[in-house]
Design a protein around this ligand. Structure first.
Ligand code: THU
Length: 311
């Protein structure tokens, strides 16, 4: 990434927007046709995200035709579905491996995002055409804010390019969120906890993992009882742990059963999940590394009984 002569220690700002790109070749052709655009070529980037108490922290390691570089990037960004302003600080890193080890062992590494980025520059807007491992193709616009701008120009330029490049619906959140909200991390957690299930009567162990909006993953296993109706599903166990840990919102769900490729949550658990989720909250049914049946809480429980019915 070319940060030019910007003062790396200063707080920098940008206005940015991310969309899924179903046709990256067409977007690239449109971007290359922009008057005055500069093609900076392809960059390989690896971002390691670390656990933080506020904001986000990632180590970016990248390589392109000009060589290899690394920066530590601290930033904040509201997750909105429009173009959004974010502020960030950059620190150049001479020994990225040593820093990655130090931060991973102290703070903890949350997720690694690998991508190929085609970088184009238009005015003060960076156009990113990204191929992200495990996520697919995206286009990003990032208007770098100059001086004490009130962001009007930046928003206008982003809107202009969005139209020129025919970019679709904005994706909120970062690639790290999308990866962490994807199926694999949650399925692995559900699979791991399933091994602790107490399935003494059915011999049908089940594990469930729930993600909260702050990225926490909470898992629970099925717990049976000699008095059969006292048994508890994995989802109920996980929800109990989620509430006990102080959370009130589920942003993604995974369910894994030892003896079924796709274990549909029982009717009661659909209602339990609905209490803390939204209709669009994803539910992943499958096994880690295997085919995943992706559905949503709303699909699983149409016409749900909810607090509105009580009112
Ligand atoms: N089970 C779950 O844990 N979750 C579901 O959604 C379906 C069923 C468990 C409960 C019981 O221990 C076993 O599967 C057989 O019903």
């Amino acid at each position: 990434m070319d940060y030019g002569a910007r003062r790396v220690s200063a707080l920098s700002r940008n206005v940015e927007l991310k969309v899924r790109d179903p046709d990256p070749a067409a977007t690239l052709a449109r971007a290359l046709a922009l008057p005055g655009v500069r093609d900076e070529g392809e960059i390989r980037q690896r971002d390691t995200y670390f656990a933080t108490t506020s904001g986000r922290l990632k180590l970016r390691e990248e390589a392109d035709a000009r060589g290899a570089r690394a920066h530590l990037i601290a930033y904040t960004r509201p997750d909105e579905t429009a173009a959004r302003a974010s502020s960030y600080r950059l620190a150049p890193i001479a020994e990225p491996e040593a820093l990655r080890e130090a931060l991973s062992s102290s703070l903890g590494a949350l997720v690694v995002v690998d991508k190929r980025r085609r970088l184009l520059l238009w005015e003060n807007v960076r156009v990113h055409l990204d191929e992200v491992d495990g996520l697919g193709s995206f286009a990003e616009l990032e208007a770098v804010v100059e001086g004490g701008s009130d962001l009007t120009t930046e928003h206008e330029r982003v809107a202009h390019l969005r139209e020129q490049l025919e970019l679709g619906e904005v994706v909120p959140g970062s690639y790290s969120d999308l990866l962490r909200d994807g199926p694999q991390v949650l399925l692995a957690a559900a699979d791991a906890v399933m091994r602790n299930a107490y399935a003494a009567y059915s011999d049908f162990p089940v594990g469930a993992a729930l993600r909260t909006p702050d990225g926490t993953v909470i898992a629970g296993a099925s717990v049976e009882n000699a008095a059969y109706p006292q048994g508890q599903c994995a989802e109920a166990s996980a929800i109990g742990a989620l509430v006990a840990a102080g959370h009130r919102e589920i942003s993604a769900v995974a369910v894994v059963a030892e003896k079924l490729d796709v274990c549909p949550p029982c009717g009661g658990c659909r209602q339990r999940l609905k209490e803390f989720a939204r209709p669009e909250t994803p539910v992943y049914l499958g096994r880690p590394g295997g085919p995943v049946h992706a559905t949503t809480v709303g699909e699983l429980l149409p016409l749900a009984f909810d607090e509105e019915a009580l009112a």
